[in-house]
Each structure stands twice: as C-alpha cells, then as structure tokens.
Design a protein around this ligand. Structure first.
Ligand code: AHM
Ligand code: MG
Length: 344
C-alpha cells in the first residue's frame, strides 16, 4: 500500500518520551534513557517469547535443556532481563524486585539518580496452570514498574525507595500476549502502546486513556468472602443487589493483577484485593503492585483507596509490605470510601 509506506509520522514510545522530556527543560535526558532501557527489557522478553515459544523458556523446575544447561524458570529469566537492562542504563541506584528478598544497590560506577521498583512477572503463582506441554497461555506474562527520583544526591539509602506512591515520577506495565502492550504514565495522563514487531517499536495505539466515571464490573476473589470485613462484604452485596434500581454489576476476575487492572482501566469498574481475617494487609505488595497501578488509575481519572487512605499517600516501612487496595472508576471507589467512613 502506497499510503502505508509513508506512515512514518507514527507516535512511537521513543518520540513520546522525548516530547514529554522537552516539557521539563531541567531534565538532562536521564529519564528518557532509563525508560528506553525498560522498553528494551520488554522488547527482549517479547522477542524471546516469540522466537523460542514459551514452552522452551519456562521449562520445568530443575530440568536441563539439550545443551545440558539448567533452564531458567520464567520468573528468574524476566528478573534477570530487567535487572540487567536497568543497571546498564547507568541511571539507577536502587532496584526493588518482587523476586529479590533484598533491594539491589547498584555498583557506584553505574549509579544514577533513579530508583526502580518492579514485579518482573505478575501473577507468577498462576503461571504453572496456564502452561501445559506444547500449549501456552502468554496471557500470564506481565510485568509492572514504578520509578522514583532519589531523595538526595548522596549515598543511596533504603528510604529512597520507601517513599509514598504520590512521589513516583512514572509507572506502567507491559503484557505479552498475541501482541505486546505497554501502558505508561509519566505523570501527565496515561497512554497505551503496542509493539510493532516488524519495526521493533512501540506505537501509541491508546492515547490519553480515561477510565469511565462509573463502571459495570467488579473484580475480586470471592473465595475469600467468608473472611471479609463489613465494608467489603456490603459493597459486593450491593454490586449484586443494587439498592438504587440500577442493574447488578458483572463479575470478572482473572487472578492476575495486570490483566484485571488493564480491563478496569479500559472498561471501568472496580478491582479490589481487600483485607481479610486471614490476611489483614491483603495480598498485593505496596511498592511494585499497589503504587504503580494506583498511580495509573489516578492519572486516568479514577481513584485508589486502601480502606483507610488514598493509596498513593501510604508511606511504606518495608520494601515488600502489603496493603489492601480498591481501585478503579471514580464513582465506584467513592462508594467503598463512604462504606469505610461509616465504619469509623
Ligand atoms: P503473585 O505475586 O504471587 O503472583 O501474586 C500476585 C497476584 C496478582 O497478580 C493477582 O491480582 C493476585 O495475586 C490474585 O490473588 P488470588 O489468587 O488470591 O486471588
Ligand atoms: Mg506479583
């Protein structure tokens, strides 16, 4: 197609990030470089998945491949890819990954002004059931990240990553399915990009994502209902038996935060992982699950609430801390906030 041959005015992620950066004259280009390394990590995983096929990448624990080398489990592979991509950017000082017990302090020679928190493989506890011999469900391949600026220019300290979510400069996630989707906010709205494999570039396909003000879907693990607190139980009851004459909401729950939040962002509604009697802090991790997704929700016009406060106001004390979370459409989250306020 002659027309297609000239479509070089596309908004690539590189062009988008450089545009954003030009709005901040004080910026030295470090942020763009850091983001381009994150994007490279995503492209790498995407290419690896497409080339080798997931089955080869995942392997069974302890299995050796034809060359006799131990195969890396997918979570280890993803973690390695992102740690290397981030360290080699020369722009990071501290990395916090769900896969690593301790924070990684980058070698002084490669240090920069940013800290990155990430979950290299969201929903890893669900992955094994998605993979049977020869059949793959790449649906489960996802990762989440958030970026902070270091507090001071001195030696890096753990406090640099124990900042409230509202201090994040950027957050996003990537999903590797039949296509590879990258959703990003640098603090001025949310944009979605899709990888064009022939160009090796992410192209903006979902500009300025805004979540509907009110949704028709709720998303929660109802198997925990027995142990819920009163506001959560009341809210879910209302989803099914609305008191205002509106139609009941639909339930959608994949059990992978990125997939559930992605749907919520595009279609509206509420995603929740509440506290319950067995896990009083819920399940999801503050730094690399709750914060990035809450940041994106607010940037898209929605809200994120912990049951006590605005999620992004929370100040974490430990890197792997958990928190209950309710996030999604503005009106839906408002309703749960009212129920919690009535409890006090
Ligand atoms: P993981 O880090 O062990 O994979 O757990 C995180 C996942 C999220 O992606 C998802 O929202 C949640 O766990 C689902 O939990 P549950 O199976 O309890 O409903
Ligand atoms: Mg996780």
């Amino acid at each position: 197609h002659a027309a297609e041959a000239h479509m070089t005015d596309l908004m690539t992620i590189t062009r988008f990030v450089l545009n954003e950066q030009s709005k901040h004259p004080e910026s030295r280009g470090d942020f763009s470089i850091l983001l381009s390394h994150i994007v490279l990590g995503c492209k790498f995983v995407c290419a690896a998945v497409n080339k080798a096929g997931l089955a080869k990448l995942i392997g069974l624990a302890g299995e050796t491949n034809v060359q006799g080398e131990e195969q890396k489990k997918l979570d280890v592979l993803s973690n390695d890819v992102f740690v290397k991509a981030l360290v080699s950017s020369g722009r990071t000082s501290i990395l916090v990954s769900e896969e690593d017990e301790e924070a990684t302090f980058v070698d002084p020679a490669l240090r920069g002004r940013y800290c990155v928190v990430f979950d290299p493989l969201d929903g890893s506890s669900n992955i094994d059931c998605g993979v049977s011999i020869g059949t793959v469900r790449p649906l489960h391949l996802k990762h989440i990240f958030g970026i902070y600026m270091m507090k001071a220019n001195e030696e890096p300290h753990l406090e640099d990553v124990l900042q409230p979510g509202k201090n994040m400069l950027a957050a996003g996630y990537c999903m590797y399915g039949s296509s590879c989707t990258f959703v990003l906010s640098t603090g001025s709205g949310v944009n979605g990009f899709t990888l064009d494999p022939s160009l090796g570039e992410f192209i903006m396909t979902h500009p300025d994502i805004k979540i509907p003000k009110k949704g028709k879907i709720y998303s929660v693990n109802e198997g925990n209902a027995k142990n819920w607190d009163t506001p959560t139980a009341k809210y879910v009851e209302r989803c099914k038996y609305p008191q205002d004459g509106s139609s009941p909401k639909s339930l959608r729950y994949i059990g992978s935060m990125v997939a559930d939040v992605h749907r919520t962002l595009l279609y509206g509604g509420i995603f929740m992982y509440p506290a319950d009697k067995k896990s009083p802090s819920g399940k999801l991790r503050v730094l690399y699950e709750v914060f990035p997704m809450s940041f994106l929700m607010e940037q898209a016009g929605g809200q994120a609430f912990t049951g006590k406060e605005r999620a992004l106001d929370l100040v974490p004390k430990k890197i792997h801390e958990r928190s209950p979370i309710f996030l999604g459409s503005y009106d839906d989250v408002e309703e749960i906030k009212v129920l919690y306020a009535a409890e006090e």
